[in-house]
Design a protein around this ligand. Sequence first.
Ligand code: SF4
Length: 329
Amino acid sequence: MIDTIYIEKEIKKHPRTLEILSKFRNVRTIAIDRYGEVFNRKNQNFRIQKKNPCLILAKKHKGFVLPAPEGFGIGSSKNYYFSHMYNCIYDCSYCFLQGMYSSANFVLFVNYEDFVLEIKKLISKKENITFFSGYDCDSLALEKITGFASYILPIFKEYSNCILELRTKSNQIKPLDKIEPIKNCVIAFSLMPDKISLALDKKAPTIKRRIATIKKLSALGWKIGLRFDPLIFGDSWKDQYQDLHENIFNVINISSIHSISYGPLRFPIAMYKKINSMYQNEKLFVGPFEQNQSEVLYKQEIEEEMTEYCKNLSLNFAPESLIFNCKSN
Ligand code: SF4
């Protein structure tokens, strides 16, 4: 899949760079000074590049851990996110990464240790914190190459007052099938009705496969997050979300669920315009939307009805204490 790897000169001998390179055969490597010279190049076309993305191995220098957007959380008093990677092997039509970056190449920051130093500085304040991974990428989809989850999960074992969420659509369960479940680590799956997912979650595992993965992980003892995010409006959405909830809750023991959250579909205005221009015939971008000062979003009554309806579906199976609204505004 990857035929070209750009490598920052500064990390060309980093043990993790060497380990990652050892996983590829017949790959072209190109030395660069900083990842931005490739990633932020002008006149790139995200959609064309998405067909054959390159990997860029880089060192992150700052901004390792950032505060999560207001309204984003699953019960902790503080919420942060971090991204060891930019971009994703999947190709969801609504993905905000295509509106945010001009390049579809994957950037992987190999200095994981520096992420952990920053995480530990925040943890030492003894606050109740959730750290979200999977904001600018999928946390597990490229695990066979990155080994990031294998590295970061055991670190959280020592900090039971904190939660690590790995957000994913992947059915890749390594290293989770090889290590003891960690109570404060949540494997969170993005979910939407099967029919909608087939149309929008391109290249990602089907909902059926995601549910099968949830079943496996919960049987292994991992805590599961159910992320109905984004909620997608359309014909017969009520029936579709009802089927989805039933299909999930029929296979998972409620004691395995860490949290359930609902997130409406919203785009910053400039991002909406950019993504919409890439998908001229995509029904999703027709709405019915409205625009406020900063965002394009479903009409308020639709957003509220969908959230309430779906929350009530969950309440048939789970206590209210597990259910959260996750609005990133
Ligand atoms: S899985 Fe998430 S990060 Fe990957 S393309 Fe889909 S929305 Fe984007």
